[in-house]
Design a protein around this ligand. Structure first.
Ligand SMILES: [Mn+2]
Length: 424
């Protein structure tokens, strides 16, 4: 972890400017009838989970270029996640990936307490084979033609739930790579029937206070068809399973130009939006840093979420899901967590009464201008002040760089392969 004196030292020289910027923004928002303090407290309590696999350097199917001091195991990963939360106060939980992060519950709980984190959704892995595994997932897992292979995948998901129960998790996320690579390779209907039958066994093992999140993705690794390819299929699954089953929307798992905010609105309307994987994309499932390519789309997603925030039943889980190929993952995750907060703060600034009025009057120009006013407002002073007041860094990246954390852990962590941060 980073010495709190160092954070205070880094904050000291930039605090006066922050206060001036915060006061100026406060005056501006006051003229718009918005209390900056209320927005700040709503942003300050808003957290997003860090994926354990995100703190290792990612890669593509061509290559991976490891960074210095990469985490060797889940305990190193949790140290890194702890630093991200320490400097941002925006990432209070970590989402584990099993079996990459499988360790005795007592050890995981001890580490979580040490670094001040909790555990978010558990993620199962039936998209690759493990060394000790009996049946291969080469041709699928929950939807495999072979009953024993399907059962192995079901058992793995149930084991994820059981470990999750011991560490305070309340959700299981299932994403399968099942599909086909050639027309005719699989019977599309029968394959989905097999998936539903297997998934309902997992659902049957779900504790009452848990949520089953199923994640759709249009293509890859299957390149002709995918069993859970879009939000329509995902909704069918959630409806078929029952009340505890909801859909997870990964922002990168859609065809280019799909109106994701509309999918969000639809799923919320029917109580089936369970969670998000935030990232950004340009061409496909690029797993780029959240808000790095299309921050307006992120804002539009949050506009729908804020619109529905009054209903606590809706409250979807928020997670990052990114692959960092050319940056220090800790820096990328800090910035991305901040981008999630930024989009939400901007959405909170939208004058909803005015917007509803323009919508009712069919004043398209004023409606879109009202919406965009939120996006155009630079909310950085709100985010930075929320961080400062909670003991985090006004400038997380600068403070992190000044701390020398990466160089320090590089000395302690010899380079290893296959720590589970790799190509995801
Ligand atoms: Mn995802």
């Amino acid at each position: 972890m980073i010495n709190s004196d160092l954070i205070a030292e880094a904050n000291e020289p930039v605090l006066a400017n922050l206060k001036a910027d915060y006061d100026a923004l406060g005056e501006h928002l006051d003229r718009r009838g918005i209390d900056i303090g209320a927005i700040k407290s709503m942003v300050g309590t808003h957290g997003v989970a860090v994926p354990s696999w995100g703190v290792g350097t990612g890669g593509t199917r061509f290559a991976r270029f490891p960074g210095a001091g990469e985490p060797r195991d889940i305990f190193d990963k949790m140290d890194d996640c702890g630093v991200i939360h320490q400097l941002t106060r925006a990432t209070p939980s970590v989402s584990l990936h099993i079996p990459w992060d499988a360790q005795p519950a007592a050890d995981l709980n001890g580490k979580a307490e040490e670094v001040g984190l909790t555990f978010d959704a558990m993620n199962s892995n039936t998209f690759q084979d493990q060394p000790d595994q009996t049946h291969s997932y080469k041709f699928g897992s929950l939807s495999h033609t072979d009953a024993a292979t399907r059962q192995q995948a079901v058992d793995h998901n149930i084991a994820c739930i059981e470990l999750g129960q011991q560490i305070g998790s309340k959700a299981l996320t299932i994403w399968v790579g099942d599909g086909s690579n050639f027309p005719g390779q699989t019977n599309l209907t029968k394959q989905f029937e097999r998936y539903l039958e297997a998934a309902s066994q997992v659902y049957g093992a779900l504790p009452d206070d848990w949520t089953l999140l199923t994640e759709h993705k249009m293509y890859e690794p299957a390149f002709y068809s995918t069993v859970v390819q879009d939000w329509g299929t995902n909704l069918l699954i959630a409806q078929q399973m029952g009340e505890k089953a909801k859909c997870l929307v990964d922002l990168g798992h859609h065809a280019p130009n799909v109106n994701i905010e509309m999918i969000v609105a639809r799923l919320m309307q029917f109580g089936k939006l369970g969670g998000f994987h935030f990232n950004d994309s340009k061409y496909g499932d690029d797993d780029l840093d959240t808000g790095s390519v299309d921050p307006y789309r992120l804002f539009l997603v949050f506009n729908e979420l804020v619109e529905a925030e009054a209903d606590p039943e809706l409250n979807p889980m928020h997670m990052l899901d990114q692959s960092h190929n050319v940056t220090d993952p800790i820096e990328s995750l800090m910035v991305s967590a901040t981008e999630v907060q930024r989009a939400r703060a901007q959405a909170l600034l939208v004058d909803r009464a005015a917007l509803a009025g323009f919508q009712d009057e069919n004043d398209a120009l004023m409606a879109t201008a009202t919406l965009k006013q939120g996006f155009r407002t630079d909310v950085e002073p709100i985010l930075a002040m929320a961080r400062f007041e909670s003991g985090a860094a006004i400038d997380p990246v600068a403070t992190y760089r000044a701390s020398g954390y990466r160089a320090h852990v590089a000395g302690e962590r010899p380079a290893v392969n296959g720590a589970g941060g790799g190509i995801v």
